[in-house]
Design a binder for this molecule. Structure first.
Ligand code: MTE
Length: 317
């Protein structure tokens, strides 16, 4: 996502990266992977051994089409955007290897009746843990289907008891350049921040994820706690959250700060509103060759469209 090497994504990266994955699949099919012949790191899903270890995709499917299949665990956990650990998709899995997401404190504050600072375990304990399989659409025009594990964001909000003045929720990632080497570069303004309107945050689809495929979140996916809002582009899914703050004004968001003309606050998946540098009408599902049409609100229109009734979605992109 680099625009001059700062877009969450970089249109120029889209095709080559898709080819890269496809090439690995081609090589796997040709039996060349695992034989040391390729010179590229393999997703284990591409090898017979990897397939045998594939964890079960747990959970209720939400908004999936009949041809949506969970993206293999290896791809979900090795093709990541997490600039705190490098700007390449294959860097977070390597650079976050030694990151220890414990102990972990989550601060809930701002315009609430019950501000508090929680240890992660206490923050999670009162809430029901659920497994849900969601579509995941990156603004770079690739997509996955991910079995998340987590808690409803609405549950956390209700516990905090926002005051009548609270209109938005701001999320902040850990700031720790010693542990997050990407924060030593100025590729983005740190810490990474994101925001939702309060009604969006209360939508039953919005989750705070603690896991994928029934396992704890790998570091590269945003351990120990990240946001999942499946009707929005992936960059709204802020990782490694340490603070949830209730505010009366629209919060900043990392990509809007970096390139406001390209990344708005709402960032709803919308095939009719192109990114200034590329079309959003189609997407490449990781692991597939041909592109598929992108769905309005990423296939979740029934659950979320009413929140935007009367809004000009070209202006509020
Ligand atoms: N959160 C933080 N803190 N830093 C990031 O660089 N990248 C975002 C989002 N959350 C990012 C982040 C982007 S651009 C995407 S597409 C998703 O995380 C990727 O999530 P995934 O790696 O689990 O697919």
């Amino acid at each position: 996502m680099l625009v001059r090497r700062t877009d969450p994504i970089g249109s120029s990266e889209i095709t080559p990266e898709a080819h890269y994955l496809n090439r690995r699949e081609f090589l796997a099919a040709a039996g060349l992977l695992g034989a040391g012949l390729t010179g590229v790191a393999l997703p284990a899903s591409a090898s017979a051994a990897g397939r045998a270890q594939e964890p079960k995709a747990l959970g209720k499917p939400y908004g999936l089409q009949s041809d949506d299949k969970p993206t293999p665990y290896k791809d979900v956990t090795s093709y990541n955007n997490f600039y705190e650990f490098g700007t390449g998709k294959d860097e977070p899995i390597e650079n976050a290897r030694g990151f220890v997401p414990r102990p972990w404190t989550v601060q809930v504050d701002g315009l609430v009746a019950k501000p508090a600072s929680y240890q992660l375990e206490d923050f999670l304990k009162p809430s029901a843990v659920e497994d849900r399989i969601y579509r995941h659409r990156c603004v770079e025009a690739w997509s996955m289907v991910i079995p998340w594990r987590g808690i409803a964001l609405a549950d956390v909000i209700k516990r905090a008891q926002p005051t009548a003045a609270a209109k938005f929720v701001e999320f902040t990632t850990l700031m720790d350049p010693k542990r997050m080497p990407g924060q030593r570069s100025n590729v983005l303004q740190w810490p990474y921040v994101e925001g939702l309107r309060l009604d969006e945050a209360l939508n039953p689809l919005a989750m705070l994820a603690t896991g994928v495929y029934g396992r704890d979140l790998p570091n590269q996916n945003g351990a120990p706690l990240r946001l999942v809002v499946p009707w929005k582009y992936g960059f709204k899914g802020i990782k490694s959250i340490v603070r949830i703050r209730f505010v009366d004004k629209m919060p900043n968001s990392a990509w809007n700060l970096a390139a406001p003309q390209e990344y708005g606050f709402y960032s709803n998946v919308n095939p009719d509103v192109d990114h200034p540098r590329w079309s959003q009408a189609k997407e490449r599902r990781i692991g597939e060759f041909s592109r598929r049409p992108t769905l309005m609100f990423n296939g979740y229109a029934e659950q979320v469209a009413s929140m935007y009734a009367g809004m000009d979605l070209r202006k509020n992109y």
